[in-house]
Design a protein around this ligand. Structure first.
Ligand code: SME
Length: 185
């Protein structure tokens, strides 16, 4: 009987190729399926969040506007041993603020309240942190493990109303998968 190859041999860049004309739901389903495959026998959070950021970026770029106008997709993680500060994690896009206190901006609000922040117009969000003036709308989803916020998913869009309930539902599924698939510091 032949044994399975090591999981690293199963990883291929094709995982981040999305077919033309996929729906947003189909693109998110592919992100989840590919992420689950990539997480097989791999629980390192840097490794897994990095591949997730790549999957999200390419998924958004495969979709029509406004999704293809996403200009930042990635993660902030708990800045261990602090329990009240986030630090920049793996992402795709331009350089971004390095640390964010719980309660500050959209990311800090999601971390402090453990609830998704769906922001159609960042200029109307009190305390929004403008890392990039191009960002017009944003969604931030907390990753909660054993009632503790370990990280957040942050996606920015260069158009107003860049995200809707579909994004919220699927990014929350991704947050759940990522939360239980990594060893967190
Ligand atoms: N705008 C965010 C800061 C992070 S960047 O968008 C990457 C906020 O208000 O929390």
């Amino acid at each position: 009987m032949t044994s399975l190859p090591p999981p690293s041999n199963l990883v291929h860049a094709d995982a981040s190729n999305f077919a033309a004309n996929v729906t947003k739901e189909e693109a998110y389903q592919q992100v989840l399926d590919q992420a689950e495959g990539l997480f097989y026998e791999q629980r390192n959070w840097v490794c897994n969040l990095s591949n997730c950021a790549a999957l999200l970026w390419h998924a958004f770029k495969s979709l029509p506007a406004p999704s293809n106008q996403v200009n930042w997709a990635g993660f902030y993680t708990l800045n261990h041993p602090s329990t009240t500060e986030l630090i920049l994690g793996p992402f795709q896009g331009k350089v971004a603020c390095q640390t964010i206190a719980f309660g500050r901006g959209v990311c800090g609000a999601a971390a402090a309240t453990k609830t998704t922040q769906l922001v159609p117009d960042v200029d109307a969000f009190p305390g929004h942190i403008a890392c990039d003036g191009d960002s017009k709308s944003e969604i931030v989803v907390p990753i909660v493990v054993d009632d503790r916020v370990v990280a957040i998913i942050d996606v920015d869009c260069a158009e107003l109303n860049g995200f809707d309930e579909v994004d919220k539902v699927w990014l929350e599924k991704l947050a759940d998968l990522v939360g239980r698939s990594c060893d967190w510091p």
